[in-house]
Design a protein around this ligand. Structure first.
Ligand code: G1P
Length: 292
């Protein structure tokens, strides 16, 4: 049994990068091929033996709760029509896990969203998964990070090299590789949220997977508003660094930035190509397009 039993899914953001699609619908419910974005992160946690999930929602996010709930009407209709395949698909979603919901009343940032989960986290190390980052890997990214945490007992943030001109879109770390696990583990010395290109301490960007010790809550309470006037998790981790070690982990796997339109399209095309049911037909269609 994993020591990390709980995972927090911040899902209260306004989804401004996806307007107008997200005006009346949560970004987390945008379908990537045939599943809403947030389900990919939930399935990653479940595949990593995390069984207690906490979703931080806000106004206009009811569709997320409905999605993971039992839908008696839909199940009855599918049953009556003999659609057992669809019935199994629908049931699998609600059978998946136990989910608790907590609301972030105001969109005051990712760090503030994590603080909302404090009472439910219960003073234990926990995982955080951002649904915008869809990561394909075996073992799952968060499972890899649990392995690092089990050895170090520290907070661990997922990191990835990004092109220098893109660092301003991410939290960026300054750290030193520790030399084990093929140089994937870094001792962090500093973290900066969305630095200007010339001022970034490296091109190692934080990706939306974290293992956090409960010390993060006091650190977040001591964190001032940062980038965008919000309480940033990156800034909270910097405060935590003053009293605890924090490691960076360059995970194995492929990450899709499904939180912005182009990245979402790329993920859609690649996931569709791999789909067992219609991948081959989609490939034939794409090949038929006369692209120069
Ligand atoms: C958030 C974090 C940022 C991180 C990014 C990864 O930013 O604040 O540090 O690099 O997720 O996707 P957001 O994408 O919410 O602006």
């Amino acid at each position: 049994m994993s020591e990390i039993r709980r995972a927090v899914f911040p899902a209260a953001g306004l989804g401004t990068r996806f307007l107008p699609a997200t005006k009346a619908q949560p970004k987390e419910m945008l379908p990537l091929v045939d599943k809403p974005l947030i389900q990919y992160a939930v399935e990653e946690a479940v595949a990593s033996q995390i069984t207690n999930l906490i979703i931080v929602t806000g106004r206009g996010k009811n569709a997320i709760e409905d999605h993971f709930d039992v839908s008696f009407e839909l199940e009855r209709i599918l049953e009556e029509r003999g659609k057992s395949d669809l019935l199994n698909l629908v049931r699998a979603v609600s059978d998946m896990v136990h989910i608790a919901y907590v609301r972030q009343k105001e969109a005051l940032g990712l760090g503030h969203a994590i603080l909302m989960a404090e009472d439910l986290v219960n003073d234990e190390p926990f995982a955080v998964l951002l649904g915008d980052d869809v990561i394909e890997s075996t073992p799952p990214c968060i499972r890899q990070m649990i392995g690092v945490h089990e050895r170090s007992r520290t907070s661990v943030v997922a990191i990835m090299e990004v092109p220098h001109e893109e660092v301003g879109r991410y939290g960026v770390i300054q750290g030193v590789p520790l030399g084990d696990d093929e140089g994937r583990i870094f001792e962090l010395h500093d973290l900066v949220e969305k630095p200007e290109v010339g001022k970034a301490p490296s091109n190692l960007a934080i990706i939306g997977r974290y293992i956090l010790t409960p010390g993060i809550f006091a650190a977040l309470r001591a964190t001032n508003k940062g980038s965008g006037g919000e309480i940033q998790l990156t800034d909270g981790l910097k405060v935590l660094l003053a009293s605890e070690r924090v490691l960076g982990y360059r995970f194995r796997g492929r990450r899709y930035d499904a939180g912005e339109k182009l990245g979402f399209l790329m993920a859609t095309v690649e996931f569709a190509l791999r789909n067992e049911e219609f991948g081959p037909a989609f490939r034939t269609y794409l090949k038929s397009l006369k692209l120069d």
